[in-house]
Structure formats: C-alpha cells, structure tokens
Design a protein around this ligand. Structure first.
Ligand SMILES: [Zn+2]
Length: 251
C-alpha cells in the first residue's frame, strides 16, 4: 500500500514537472496550441456539453474591434466546468421558452497572451478603457466569462439594438456601476433599464424584447451581465475573488 501511495505521488510529481515542458513543446512553428492548453487547465468545450449551442469566436476572425484574427486556430469555446454548466442551463431555459432559438457564443476563455496583444493594439486609442488590463487579467482570462447572443437555429443573430463589441451607450444594460451586491444586479434592474432605453428611443421595442430575453435566461441560470456590454455574462463576484479562485490562463 505504501509503495502504491509512493508511486501515485511520484506520478503526480512527474506530471507537475513535465507539464511546463509539454506546454512549451507546443510553441514554435505554429505557435502555442490553445486547444491543448485550455484542456491542460481543465477547461471544457461548451459544445461537448451542449452540442446545440452555436460558437463563432469573433477574435478568431477579422470581424472584431481590433480588425485582426487574435486566436489563430482556436475555434472552440472553453470555460471552467461549473461556469459552463450555467451556460448549458441557460440554453435549456431558452429552448423551453422558444425551441427555434439557441445561444450563439462570440467569446469565452481567452489566453492572457491574447489579452496583452489586444492591450498593445488599443493602448493610447479610444478603445483603451474597454479592454481589460493584461497584467492581472480579466474574467475571460480565467475562463469564467462568456460573450454571447441569441440566434435562430440557422445561426442568424437576433437584433439586440447594438452590435457585439459596440462600445456605446446603446450597449448598456444598467446605469449604475457594478458591485458585488446581489440586490443591484437583478433581472428587475436590467429589465427596467432596457425598457428605459426603449422609452427614450435609443432602441426599439423588438430590440428591447430580444435583449431582455437574453438577460432573463442568463440571470435565471445564475449569471449576470457586465453593465456596459449586453453580450457579456459572468459570476456575481468581485474580480479579486475571481483572481483568487481560478487559474489565470497563462499562455
Ligand atoms: Zn466579455
């Protein structure tokens, strides 16, 4: 029994020591293999849990605010397993409400190297304040944030009244700064703010309805939006809690 325990411990030590070399072996030539790295950090591919969820990573195309493909071969949406379960729950809630609708994911876990590259591109520009710091990382860099919308089953996104990554007043879902106080981040708060946008003519009734549907299914599944981005959802916890609980995707 003792020998067996020793072997198990030895195996763990070997894995611990070898893992960094295995990781660096992916570098060079084609660069880091993001898929392998995501799995090495125990993240899950959302489509393995919910094949019906659509994924179109905007940073793996040139159709994003930096105008460059930042992800290369990465095409899949990875998340911390417990976070992914909430997205799966949201998909189930959405399809119960309307079987012709599905979630369409634009971004999920993001390597810190990509975050730093984004920051370098936006430094000194009007976009600067919209891109999380590349030193400590934002929630996407810990695998606990998702950017998404609702689409019809053929992949056509619903009209939310503002584009993904449109950094303007039209993208907001709440007027006051975010905090960790649950009372300030409820579906009622979001619903009344979005109806306010409709009333003041910033977005149409249809756009407000669509945005509220997304908010309702995500909140019911236990995730909350970032107030300036209708497409971004996260745990209701402070960034310092996120940084202490999860591993930074350090590749
Ligand atoms: Zn986001």
């Amino acid at each position: 029994m003792k020998i067996r325990q020793f072997l198990v411990t030895l195996a763990a030590v070997v894995v611990f020591l070898v893992a960094p070399f295995a990781a660096s072996a992916q570098k060079g030539g084609g660069g880091v293999d993001f898929d392998l790295q995501m799995r090495a950090y125990d993240l899950v591919d959302i489509q393995e849990l919910a094949p019906g969820v659509l994924v179109e990573l905007k940073y793996s195309t040139e159709d994003n605010f930096v105008g460059k493909d930042m992800y290369g071969t990465l095409e899949r949406a990875y998340l911390v397993p417990a976070f992914a379960e909430r997205v799966v729950k949201a998909q189930e809630i959405l399809q119960r409400r309307n079987p012709n609708y599905t979630l369409l994911i634009y971004d999920a876990a993001r390597p810190i190297s990509v975050q730093r590259a984004m920051r370098r591109i936006v430094d000194g520009t009007e976009w600067e304040s919209f891109v999380a710091d590349g030193t400590k990382g934002g929630r996407h860099n810990f695998g606990v944030a998702v950017d998404l919308t609702i689409a019809t089953l053929d992949g056509t996104p619903l009209d939310m009244g503002a584009d993904f990554d449109e950094f303007s007043e039209r993208s907001s879902v709440k007027g006051t700064p975010d905090s960790s106080d649950p009372a300030t981040r409820t579906i009622d708060v979001y619903r009344s703010f979005v109806r306010g946008l409709q009333t003041s003519g910033v977005i149409t009734k249809e756009q407000a309805d669509n945005r509220i549907l997304l908010l309702e299914v995500m909140c019911e599944a236990g995730l909350v939006p970032y107030r300036l981005e209708w497409w971004h959802f996260e745990y209701l916890e402070s960034i310092s809690t996120t940084r202490s609980k999860y591993k930074l995707l350090d590749f």
